[in-house]
Write a protein that binds this ligand. Structure first.
Ligand SMILES: Cc1cc2nc3c(=O)[nH]c(=O)nc-3n(C[C@H](O)[C@H](O)[C@H](O)COP(=O)(O)O)c2cc1C
Length: 440
C-alpha cells in the first residue's frame, strides 16, 4: 500500500541520478537507489501529455501508474522511491505546470522544471547568474546546472568555473552536472566534482547510464552483473521491451558489436533479452508468480468509434474462438442491479469466469464488454480494426447499435481470473487493475 507521508527533499550533499529520456524510468531509478544514489530524477515528461493521464493504483505491480489515453504508462513509480524521486516536466506554461505538479505531488518527492535546452539567455555568465538569482527568488528549493553552452555538445568539456560562479552567487543548493565525460569515472569523483564546482550536490547522467553502480561507495561493479540487476527490475516492473533494450545497449557500449550485442539488437521481447543473458528462468518465475497469485483485472477504454468494425462483434469472435478450440460455447450470466437497473455480465469460458466493470442500461453492451475482457485475457484479437481483417468480417449481420454505443462510451473494464499472460499483453496497460473482483 502506498502511504501518504512524504518528507521534504534536501538537495545538499547528494549524489543524484540526472533526468534522462528513455533511461530514467522506474528500473533505472530503483537500481541507482540500490547502489547509493540519494535522489533520482525521472525522464522529462511533457506537461500536455501528463495532463491527459489518469492516475491508477496498480495492485498487481504495486505501483502508481499515470496512464495516457492510448493506455500507455507514461510515468510509473512505487513506494520504494517515494521520498527520492524528482518528477521532471517539460513545460512552457505556468498553468499547465501547476496542474501537472498538483497531479503528481503526492507520489513524488520533488518537482523539476526542465530549462535545459539552452536559450540565448544562458550564453553570458552575468545574465545566467542574474537568471539563476531570479529563479531563486521564486522560492525554488534548488537549481541544477549543466555547465555547457547552447552550442556545445555533451562531449565538449564542462565549464566547472561557470557552475562554481553560479553556486557562489545564490544561497539555495546548486547541483553540479555535466561531468560524465571527463570527470566522473567512479564514486569518489562525484565529491571531487562537487568540490571543484563548489556546488552542494552532484548530478550524473551518462556515467550512470553506462554503469549505474557509479553511485556505489565501494566502487564500480562489473557491467555484466549490473545489467542483470537492471533487467530484473525491468521484468519486475513490466518495462516495455524497447526501453529495456535501449538501456542494456547503453550499458554494453563497445561490447554491442559482440555476438551477444548483436543478438540484443534483434531482441523483440523482454523474454528474448532474458534469454540472451541466461535469465529466462527468472523471467518465468516473475510471470508465474504474477499469474498464479493474482486475479488480474483489465483496464482499457473504448474511446474511438473507429476502434471496432461494424460487421462483427467481440461476442462473435469469442464464439468462433471457442469453436476452433473445441470448447463449449461461452455462457453469459447477465444480471440487473435493482438500485439503478443497470446490467453487468459474467462470461464463462473453459471453466473460467470473466467480467467487466462496465454497468450499462443495455444487456448487449455489457455482454460485448465482457467478451472483450475475456478475449484480451486469452490473448485473442477481439476484432478491433487495428487487428487487421478478421475471418468473421462480412460474415455476420451488422450490430451497429451495440458497436456505436460501445465505441462512444468510455468503458472501464476489468477481468477476473488469471490467465497465462503473454508479453505483448503485459506491456499494454490494459492488464493493470482498476478493481479486483473475486469469484467463488
Ligand atoms: C540519454 C540522455 C537523455 C537525457 N534526457 C534528459 C532529460 O530528459 N531532461 C534533461 O533535463 N536532461 C536530459 N539529458 C541531459 C542530462 O540530464 C545531463 O544534463 C547531461 O547528460 C550532462 O550530464 P553528464 O555529463 O553527467 O552526462 C539527457 C542526457 C542523456 C545522455
Amino acid at each position: 500500500m502506498i502511504s501518504q507521508t512524504v518528507t521534504k527533499l534536501c538537495y545538499k550533499n547528494k549524489a543524484i541520478l540526472a533526468p534522462m529520456v528513455r533511461v530514467g524510468t522506474l528500473p533505472m531509478r530503483l537500481l541507482a537507489l540500490d547502489y547509493g544514489a540519494d535522489i533520482v530524477y525521472c525522464e522529462e515528461l511533457i506537461d500536455l501529455k501528463m495532463m491527459r493521464c489518469k492516475r491508477v493504483v496498480n495492485e498487481v505491480l504495486n505501483t502508481i501508474d499515470y496512464v495516457a489515453t492510448d493506455d500507455r504508462v507514461v510515468f510509473r513509480t512505487c513506494e520504494k522511491e517515494r521520498n527520492h524521486v524528482v518528477f521532471q516536466m517539460g513545460t512552457a506554461d505556468a498553468q499547465r505546470a501547476l496542474a501537472v505538479a498538483q497531479l503528481v505531488e503526492n507520489d513524488v518527492a520533488g518537482i523539476d522544471v526542465n530549462m535545459g535546452c539552452p536559450k540565448e539567455y544562458s550564453t553570458k555568465l552575468e545574465e545566467t547568474i542574474d537568471l539563476v538569482q531570479r529563479i531563486q527568488r521564486t522560492g525554488v528549493a534548488a537549481v541544477a546546472v549543466h555547465g555547457r553552452r547552447k552550442e556545445e555538445r555533451p562531449q565538449h568539456p564542462v565549464h566547472h568555473d561557470v557552475i562554481k560562479a553560479i553556486a557562489e552567487s545564490v544561497s539555495i543548493p546548486v547541483i553540479a552536472n555535466g561531468g560524465s565525460q571527463d570527470h566522473i569515472r567512479e564514486f569518489n569523483d562525484l565529491e571531487k566534482f562537487r568540490q571543484t564546482t563548489n556546488a552542494s550536490s552532484v548530478m550524473v547522467a551518462r556515467a550512470a547510464m553506462w554503469n549505474p553502480s557509479i553511485f556505489r561507495k565501494e566502487g564500480l561493479l562489473p557491467i555484466e552483473d549490473v545489467l542483470k540487476e537492471y533487467i530484473k527490475y525491468a521484468i519486475r516492473y513490466d518495462s516495455h521491451c524497447s526501453n529495456t533494450k535501449y538501456c542494456v545497449c547503453q550499458m554494453l557500449r563497445e561490447r554491442l558489436e559482440s555476438p551477444r550485442g548483436k543478438r540484443l539488437h534483434g531482441a523483440q521481447s523482454n523474454l528474448e533479452i532474458c534469454e540472451i543473458f541466461e535469465m529466462a528462468e527468472y523471467y518465468q518465475e516473475v510471470i508465474d508468480c504474477q499469474d498464479t497469485n493474482l486475479i488480474q483485472p483489465v483496464l482499457f477504454s473504448l474511446n474511438s468509434r473507429r476502434d471496432y468494425p461494424p460487421q462483427i462483434t467481440p461476442k462473435m469472435i469469442l464464439i468462433e474462438w471457442c469453436r476452433k478450440q473445441k470448447l463449449p460455447q461461452p455462457v453469459y450470466e447477465t444480471v440487473q442491479r435493482p438500485s439503478d437497473r443497470l446490467f453487468n455480465s459474467v462470461v464463462t469460458v473453459a471453466d473460467k469466469k470473466y467480467t467487466s466493470s462496465c454497468w450499462d442500461k443495455t444487456k448487449k453492451v455489457v455482454e460485448q464488454s465482457t467478451a472483450i475482457v475475456c478475449l484480451r485475457s486469452l490473448g485473442v484479437p477481439e476484432g478491433k480494426l487495428c487487428d487487421g481483417e478478421t475471418p468473421l468480417k462480412h460474415k455476420r449481420k451488422r450490430d451497429d447499435d451495440i458497436l456505436k454505443c460501445m465505441n462512444s462510451s468510455q468503458c472501464v473494464i476489468d477481468t477476473v481470473h488469471s490467465t497465462m499472460l503473454t508479453e505483448p499483453e503485459r506491456n499494454s496497460y490494459y492488464l493493470w487493475p482498476l478493481f479486483i473482483t473475486l469469484f467463488p
